[in-house]
Ligand binder design. Structure first.
Ligand SMILES: [Fe+2]
Length: 436
């Protein structure tokens, strides 16, 4: 992880910037020209748009720091502005795929121009700590879009995508899930470290938790198949009313990307069209499906505070860490994040080194985990960037932990992701909790 103090050193800041920019380029290096402009669904964006948008946000950031900053082009800004009303009227998200100009080539030229502008900006300016945080936010924003780009590549190409790095997944023995008891009491929720975090992870504040139980692993495909075979998708009694409407409206019968071939369920993803692996966490489920499963199983989703305590709190040391394994940055030994380049979920049980002090595994990486918590600001919330996170404080749920598409520099135990309750093109799963 990049320590803010270390990043004050301009060389480190520039190195981190270019490392982030190169990862974006690596993700799209093997795409064909035709792949760049296609939008296969309203919830995804064409790769061309991501490449341009992650560059444009640095212009938005530079304009906040230097009031005289002039944007590269009005036309580019209109196309590449995602949802920031403060920078003009953004183009309709669902229409990003019908725009042929700026061309892909022009977007790549723009990418390089922004690299030069940001490099000069960093080299030639002095920043206070808030300004520095904004620049580092730009890197983190690009990481978020790298992950979104991976979701979109799954939707656009799945097994036809050829990553430049790909590492095999170790197949493990079948594991059995079990439930772990966590002591309640006062818990300090939110980020308590000294490095970069988003405004929504702050301020760290006290909450009260009852004693609870949480599963060692996220819900597996084999567990989820039991729910399906038991008629989970056919019975209203497990579903929230809005969820049941979505089941009927969209004819949901399984997680997204699952296909029944003959009598057997298969998934189509980066690894091919393959039989469901019982030992992977279930992926591509909405909040509604996670909630319905829990109801069927006689359990519930954890709140985000319960999740965070199970992930980061060491009862013996009476100390909270940044990650389940301690304060050191993630490695491919303790978690499955983007740079592991597995391009899929690993087998549960593969990361004993990633265990939390309480004994929960796979809390960082593989799948984002739905929690029952509404996405709202913590008490005392102060915006770090208007419209970035704070305008989404309604009708979304918090997910925790990162996925196999999350770049490692951008995740930590206190990170709060958020999506609407019916979204499932992200790498989303869940783990169950119970009252005691
Ligand atoms: Fe964005």
């Amino acid at each position: 992880m990049s320590n803010i103090l270390q990043l004050k050193n301009k060389e480190n800041l520039l190195e981190k910037f270019l490392e982030t920019r190169n990862r974006t380029l690596d993700l799209v290096k093997t795409l064909e020209k035709d792949d760049f402009v296609v939008q296969t669904a309203v919830f995804m964006s064409p790769p061309k748009w991501h490449v341009g948008h992650v560059s444009w946000i640095y212009e938005a950031i530079m304009s906040k720091i230097n009031k005289n900053y002039e944007f590269y082009s009005k036309e580019f800004s209109e196309y590449l502005n995602s949802y920031y009303q403060q920078f003009g009227v953004p183009q309709d998200k669902g229409l990003r795929g019908i725009v042929s100009r700026p061309t892909t080539e022009e977007i790549f030229q723009y990418f390089e121009i922004i690299n030069e502008r940001v490099t000069d900006f960093i080299k030639n300016s002095e920043f206070n700590s808030d300004e520095l945080k904004l620049i580092i936010m730009g890197f983190n924003h690009e990481c978020q879009h790298q992950e979104l780009l991976v979701y979109d590549l799954q939707h656009l190409l799945a097994e036809q995508y050829k990553p430049i790095n790909k590492n095999p997944i170790e197949v493990n023995q079948q594991i059995t899930n079990k439930s772990i008891s966590i002591k309640g009491g006062i818990f300090e929720l939110g980020y308590n470290g000294e490095e970069f975090c988003y405004d929504i992870e702050l301020p760290s504040h006290k909450v009260f938790l009852n004693d609870f139980k949480i599963d060692k692993y996220p819900v597996t495909n084999s567990e989820f198949l039991k729910f399906m075979k038991d008629g989970g998708y056919e019975d209203y009694k497990y579903w929230l009313s809005d969820g049941w409407e979505k089941v009927k409206e969209n004819n949901w019968k399984s997680p997204m990307y699952w296909e029944k071939i003959g009598d057997e369920w298969h998934v189509r993803d980066f690894l091919g069209i393959r039989k469901i692996n019982p030992n992977e966490p279930v992926c591509h489920v909405s909040y509604y499906e996670a909630d319905a499963y829990c109801k069927w199983a006689g359990k519930r989703l954890p709140t985000e505070a319960e999740w965070e305590k199970a992930a980061l709190w060491d009862e013996k040391l009476q100390k909270k860490f940044i990650f389940p394994w301690g304060d050191s940055e993630p490695t491919s030994e303790n978690s499955n994040l983007l740079e592991s380049y597995h391009w899929g979920c690993t087998n549960l049980g593969n990361f004993p080194k990633g265990s939390s002090p309480s004994g929960c595994e796979h809390m960082i990486g593989d799948v984002w985990e739905w929690t029952s918590s509404e996405f709202i600001g913590y008490p005392g919330f102060k915006t770090g960037f208007d419209e970035y996170n704070d305008k989404w404080f309604s009708n979304q749920k918090v997910l925790r932990g990162g996925s196999f598409g999350t770049p490692k520099m951008s995740i930590r135990g206190s990170y709060r992701n958020f999506f609407r309750l019916d979204e499932r093109w992200l790498f989303s799963g869940f783990r169950c909790a119970e009252d005691v």
